[in-house]
Design a protein around this ligand. Structure first.
Ligand code: ATP
Length: 315
């Protein structure tokens, strides 16, 4: 067993460059073509030993705002009990070690910079980081393939932050094929007050698109990525969930408009929203788009981040 005092893993947020959504399946899930792209907006998950012997392997979980106040309201919405996806990830790793009784109990600390319920898969990112951190802490010996399998059990979006980079997800989004892309892209994210529930956004989508076709990849998007061409990528960005998110949050339309007016190469709702994402030409342009968004008063905060970046990494 380890002699470490703590293990910390840093994990990126994602933005979907394409999110094509099929009709609801009989099991309630949707078939997706989901082009994930990891961006340099990171949560950190730290595992330490715990004194108490809890029912499970996770004796406690704390959440902090890593941005120095910018995400205080977001952090307050994160559950600190066994329903937290990072705690569930820890329990899953413990089970592979023979059950919670077979491993010393741990505490998890999440330091969040990824908006909560913002369509950037922050909870899934924390779960991926907790898988990696607990694997190290308990010397569980799980391979990358093992971790990817556990990730798929936790949720459709948990496998991608283990890989990072850019990848196409099919099925429920969990079957991943990495995409080589030589470019570095400069993004702006407009954060909104209050989250949007992913299941509610999918339900609105089902209402709006009862005739949704089988989702297909977009050759133009893949060509833009292969060429590292930001302008072409900006024109190809797409999100089938955007009309549903806009129906639930009509005010996001003005946020998108504001980014377009500031010259963004592409403007779209990130995943299930309400975060809006903008592709900029350069780091300076990203800073200018972010300033325009903040000055408009139409978003809570605007942050810049480049992509892509590697997945969950011990620090
Ligand atoms: P996705 O894009 O994967 O649907 P999201 O980015 O919209 O997710 P999350 O930040 O993952 O949303 O949070 C969704 C909900 O999950 C939150 O409202 C919260 O109740 C719950 N949750 C569970 N674990 C976590 C976690 N570690 N961090 C944030 N939220 C969590």
């Amino acid at each position: 067993m380890t002699t470490k005092t703590a293990v910390t893993v840093r994990v990126p947020a994602k933005v979907n460059l394409q999110l094509a959504v099929g009709p609801a399946r009989e099991d309630g899930y949707h078939d997706l073509v989901n082009v994930f792209h990891a961006v340099a907006l990171f949560d950190e998950v730290t595992v330490t030993g715990a004194d108490s012997r809890p029912e499970g392997a996770c004796a406690g979980l704390g959440v902090e705002d890593a941005t120095g106040g910018g995400l205080a309201a977001h952090v307050a919405r994160v559950p600190v009990d066994g329903t937290n996806l990072a705690a569930r990830a820890a329990e899953l790793v413990a089970r592979t070690c023979g059950g919670p009784g077979a491993v010393p109990p741990v505490r998890l600390l999440l330091r969040k910079a990824i908006p909560v319920a913002g369509g950037m898969a922050g909870g899934s990112a924390d779960a991926a980081a907790a898988l990696v951190a607990c694997n190290t802490w308990w010397d569980a010996g799980l391979t990358r393939a093992d971790l990817l399998e556990l990730a798929a059990q936790l949720g459709s979006d948990v496998a991608f932050p283990l890989l990072g980079g850019t990848a196409v997800g099919t099925g429920r989004g969990e079957v991943l094929s990495p995409v080589e892309s030589p470019g570095r892209y400069h993004w702006v994210f407009a954060l909104a007050e209050g989250g949007l529930s992913t299941p509610e956004v999918f339900a609105a989508y089902d209402r709006l698109r009862p005739d949704a076709p089988v989702p297909q990849g977009d050759p133009d998007l893949m060509a833009a990525l292969a060429a590292g061409d930001a302008a072409r990528l900006g024109a190809a960005l797409s999100n089938d969930l955007e009309p549903a998110a806009l129906e639930l949050r009509p005010e996001l339309g003005a946020v998108l408009e504001c980014g377009r007016a500031a010259g963004a190469l592409g403007a779209f709702v990130s995943g299930s929203g309400p975060t809006c994402a903008f592709l900029a030409e350069s780091p300076d342009h990203a800073a200018a788009v972010a300033a325009a968004l903040e000055e408009s008063g139409r978003c809570e905060r605007a942050v810049t981040a480049y992509g892509d970046v590697p997945g969950a990494t011990p620090v």
